[in-house]
Write a protein that binds this ligand. Structure first.
Ligand code: FMN
Ligand code: NAG
Ligand code: NAG
Ligand code: NAG
Ligand code: NAG
Ligand code: NAG
Length: 444
């Protein structure tokens, strides 16, 4: 088994594995990589305005000109789509010299058997179908989570379902998990893998193999598994683990809904423990991913849970031996006293609120979670309203091993991961500490 991972044999076996398992989704795939006229036009326009400055993720152009322009010209969902389209065709700006200047000495963190270069990741829901992975890594994230991916394709809720609250740097969304489904995403991932494996075997003729599905040193690819609107929850997650774990460095399942019928009593704690145990068991029996590692299983939860509910989830997670918990998803709360937006029609749109106003809510929930997990090996991941290095540091001190963001990236553009990184490194240097030293510092 081990010798199998000796590189050249390993790589060629892997390539043939990808080929032989190519399935019915090839047709949809092909259509998804043939540029449509609109994509082509945008592509040409992008190339025309190209040049180093525009392609440098850190140029202020993106934050102050392009992002506002896109926001002005599109409604929320069109803007999201356009962003993905740009990134899909690699037209997104990238962070040059990332590896020369990423402050890994201060920011590196050991997690899940990898030394992540920085504790800065992208949260689920931006790249639901895994179309823009390369561009997202290239903008500087050390962890990228695609999904949520549901077993069968589903259209999600009717539009409009994405609302911007620009004054608050916030978003309300009720996408309802539109997803192209497991098999289409697997098809996209296989095409990506085939390309990357070819490039890798050319540049690494020796005994090496890629260290992760990110195909980048010190970076990880997460896959967030969803469930169909109808159908059986446990079955959907089991299918997800079974089908997608080969391509994942990390698997995420959600138990986000604060309305999960009676997460409040022992009986439902038992139900959750059963769900999580089943998922962990499926991960174990699915075996290692394509690169020979067993992907850790994370649970993602809502910030709207009460303290007893958080305690209950912590207990279940420990008992089922999941590897970590992401706090948090969007909130169903509307902290009106903290919102600058006064348009009550907008504020009262149904859906989850994300971005700046979520931060105090998710941070508080993370502190509570830490209280009930610090006696365990559970890795906590902080998410919710993070938009700066200072924010990231607060989540770290509250117990997060690494952090994720989404809404601030949508507002500020591709320069954000590097900005957060540099600011975080500067803050830590001021304190004379490394990221690893401050994790959970508030509650040691
Ligand atoms: C438009 C949108 C779509 C999202 N879709 C998903 C999703 O499919 N799965 C998921 O687990 N979280 C999803 N999220 C939640 C984010 O991953 C994240 O947990 C939340 O937005 C809080 O982080 P932020 O304030 O940095 O955006 C979505 C968020 C937004 C704004
Ligand atoms: C776009 O900009 C124009 C001109 O400044 C403004 O009148 C319009 O309201 C803006 N539209 C949106 C959706 O922001
Ligand atoms: C879901 O919606 C987003 C935003 O419009 C889009 O980028 C994505 O392609 C959609 N996925 C599916 C399968 O409809
Ligand atoms: C997140 O929260 C929203 C409401 O805030 C909910 O509809 C959704 O199911 C939750 N789960 C995920 C994975 O986003
Ligand atoms: C995408 C997805 O699976 N969302 C689900 C998250 O979990 C809650 C229940 O805990 C469901 O209601 C959501 O549909
Ligand atoms: C297996 C399953 O439950 N599939 C469902 C996924 O969601 C779509 C849209 O809600 C349904 O039409 C499928 O039946």
């Amino acid at each position: 088994m081990r010798a199998y991972f000796r590189s050249s044999a390993f790589l060629s076996q892997l390539k043939s594995k990808i080929r032989t398992t190519t399935n019915a989704s090839t047709t949809t795939l092909r259509s998804s990589i043939i540029p449509t006229p609109i994509a082509l036009t945008i592509g040409l326009a992008g190339a025309a305005v190209g040049g180093y400055y525009l392609l440098d993720a850190r140029s202020a152009f993106h934050e102050y000109v392009l992002c506002p322009l896109i926001r002005n010209a599109t409604d929320g969902e069109q803007g999201h789509k356009l962003g993905i389209l740009f990134m899909k065709f690699g037209l997104a700006p990238r962070l040059f010299n990332e590896y020369a200047t990423d402050h890994t000495d201060v920011l590196g963190v050991n997690v899940f058997g990898t030394r992540l270069r920085t504790p800065i990741g992208l949260a689920a829901g931006l790249d639901k179908d895994g179309e823009a992975i390369e561009s997202l890594f290239n903008s500087g994230f050390s962890y990228v989570e695609i999904g949520s991916i549901t077993p069968e394709p589903q259209p999600g809720n009717p539009k409009p379902r994405f609302f911007r609250l620009p004054r608050d740097e916030a978003v309300i969304n009720r996408y309802g998990f539109n997803s192209s489904g497991h098999f289409n995403v697997i098809g996209t991932l296989k095409i990506r893998l085939a390309k990357l494996l070819n490039a890798f075997s050319t540049s690494h003729p020796g005994d090496e193999k890629p260290s992760s599905n990110a195909f980048r040193e010190g970076k990880l690819l997460g896959i967030n598994l969803g469930k169909n609107k109808t159908g059986d929850e446990v079955e959907d997650y089991v299918k997800g683990v079974n089908r997608l774990s080969p391509y994942a460095d990390v698997l995420v399942i959600n138990v986000s809904s604060p309305n999960t019928p009676g997460l409040r009593d022992l009986q439902s704690e038992e139900k959750l423990t059963n769900l999580l145990s089943t998922v962990v068991k499926e991960r174990d029996s699915s075996g290692p991913n394509l690169l020979g590692k067993l992907p850790p299983v994370l649970v993602k939860v809502a910030p709207d849970l009460t303290e007893p509910e958080i305690e209950s989830i912590a207990n279940s997670a420990k008992e089922a031996k999941v590897d970590g918990i992401i706090m948090s998803n969007t909130t169903i709360q509307r902290p009106v006293d903290r919102l600058l937006t006064t348009d009550s029609e907008l504020i009262n749109q149904a859906g989850g609120l994300s971005g700046k106003p979520l931060k105090p809510i998710s941070l508080k929930a993370l502190r509570t979670l830490r209280k009930y997990t610090k006696d365990s090996n559970l890795v906590l991941i902080g998410c919710g309203g993070i938009s700066s290095g200072k924010d990231a540091l607060e989540f770290g001190k509250a117990g997060a091993t690494f952090i994720q963001l989404y809404t601030s990236f949508a507002y500020k553009g591709p320069g954000l991961p590097a900005k957060v990184r540099d600011e975080l490194a500067a803050e830590l240097k001021k304190e004379g500490k490394t990221w690893e030293q401050i994790i959970g510092e508030d509650d040691k």
